[in-house]
Design a protein around this ligand. Structure first.
Ligand SMILES: [Mn+2]
Length: 459
């Protein structure tokens, strides 16, 4: 921790010498929060700046201003050095070389997938840019980490992130609660929250409005008083009864204990933000920001982030919410289309969305299909995109526990058909050339079959 803080101080000193800084950041929740932290800390330090959001960094199109790369840059160190660009980098992706003015957890023996996000790295530098005026930025650092699913492995933030969580609690901006890890505790009626949860998949409840309502009735929990009751409106006893019932259902379905344990974990509450809104819960806020990013409206997400700090939220928040509503509509239409096209091979199932689902959401749609399709096979989704065909693969935790590793499978299949990809065991993506879909499927199907046969710990 000491060394990484020393590096953060060093980078802050480099930035402070500049009169103008161009922030270049990634277009997702972590990238937006990173950019907002950089933007606001430069403004407070009296340094002029502008910000640009990119899906993927192309060093050659960056001008000759001094640049602060946030949540990207580390995987392009060699190009950056070659280009002679003047810059600093706060990122958590695996670096492809050493660069002096880079703050990256990998350089300090930490894991950039879990220990620190782009927004966390950027926050560490912001501490030294504004030694007495940075504490509120911690809210954005936590939202970025959650947006990158850094809490997914242990159901809580760990490593340097954990230190940041403690800092947020000390500063009075954050509450940490051990609670159900379902999405929508602030904003959705409880039965909708139950219906829309698929991680873990709860038989009879996930994807079923009827089943979700029945569960609440069975436990004697009123669905509404004046309004539909949300999770935050429930009494402690009612919440406990629901969690116990979900655990019972999982046990009845012979889920492994580790899987059942994932029902509950640490939840991060932004206690200065209005209760019952997307702003209050780190997961809901990161989803709101992602919705702006997916539809190329990251600047609205940026405004929401800045509004969280100064309370001026009205316009941007309304726009972001509208994007989120549109996003939800696109998802539910996407699921209908995906289900109507789903085909099964021996070891996988797949659909091709062509141009009917945009490539930025086809992976989410694939994951949500698990409410209605075979849980024993990974899902592969195709959608056309500018660069070719976007491939998104999704599995369940049970499949991963049984040996499935989508990241490996997608990389190997890409080697065969051309294209590139990566991701995680449970979710991975790639872009392949058009017309190569069948060849990809054949190879992917074969590899998954091999992984399942070899079981956990296999290839
Ligand atoms: Mn990130």
């Amino acid at each position: 921790m000491k060394e990484i803080l020393a590096k953060a101080r060093e980078i802050a000193e480099v930035i402070r010498r500049e009169g103008f800084v161009k922030i270049v950041t990634h277009i997702d929740a972590d990238g937006i929060t990173s950019g907002a932290i950089a933007f606001e800390s430069l403004r407070r330090a009296g340094i002029d700046c502008e910000i640009e959001f990119l899906k993927k960094l192309d060093v050659d199109v960056i001008g000759d201003e001094f640049v602060w790369f946030t949540d990207l840059g580390s995987s392009c160190i060699r190009e950056i050095v070659r280009s002679g660009l003047r810059c600093v980098i706060t990122d958590h992706h695996v670096p492809d070389g050493y660069y002096k003015n880079q703050l990256n957890p990998h350089d300090f023996g930490y894991d950039g997938s879990y220990d620190l996000s782009g927004s966390g790295a950027t926050y560490l530098v912001s501490k030294f840019l504004n030694p007495v005026n940075h504490t509120d930025l911690i809210q954005l650092a936590i939202v970025g980490a959650v947006g990158d699913l850094q809490d997914s492995r242990e159901c809580k933030l760990v490593g340097l992130n954990e230190a940041l969580v403690n800092e947020g609690v000390t500063y009075g901006f954050l509450d940490v609660e051990r609670d159900l890890r379902f999405f929508g505790k602030q904003t959705r009626p409880v039965f909708k929250m139950l219906e829309y949860n698929f991680d873990p998949y709860i038989p009879g409840v996930s994807g079923s409005e009827r089943g979700s309502i029945d569960l609440l009735k069975r436990l004697g929990i009123p669905l509404k008083f004046e309004d539909w009751r949300r999770w935050i409106d429930l009494e402690i006893d009612e919440r406990r009864a629901i969690v116990s019932e979900l655990v019972r259902i999982c046990i009845r379905n012979k889920y492994p204990i580790g899987y059942i344990g994932r029902l509950v974990g640490e939840c991060y509450i932004l206690k200065k933000q209005a209760e019952g809104t997307e702003l209050r819960d780190a997961t809901e806020l990161s989803t709101l920001l992602n919705a702006t990013a997916r539809y190329n409206k990251a600047e609205i997400g940026l405004k929401v982030c800045l509004g969280i700090l100064d309370g001026d939220l009205d316009w941007a928040f309304r726009k972001a919410r509208r994007l989120l509503q549109m996003h939800r509509r696109n998802l539910s239409e996407g699921i209908k289309l995906a289900l109507s096209r789903m085909e099964e091979l021996e070891n996988i199932q797949f659909f091709h969305a062509r141009d009917e689902i945009i490539d930025t959401i086809v992976g989410i749609v694939a994951g949500m299909c698990y409410s209605r399709v075979n849980l024993e096979k990974p899902i592969v989704a195709f959608a056309n995109c500018d660069e070719g065909v976007k491939v998104s693969a999704r599995a369940t935790q049970r499949l991963v526990d049984g040996g499935v590793d989508l990241e490996k499978a997608i990389r190997l299949a890409c080697e065969r058909v051309g294209g590139s990809g990566g991701g995680h065991k449970i979710a991975a993506g790639a872009v392949i050339p058009r017309g190569k879909e069948n060849e990809f499927l054949e190879e992917f199907n074969r590899i998954i079959g091999e992984q399942i046969r070899n079981g956990a710990g296999g290839i």
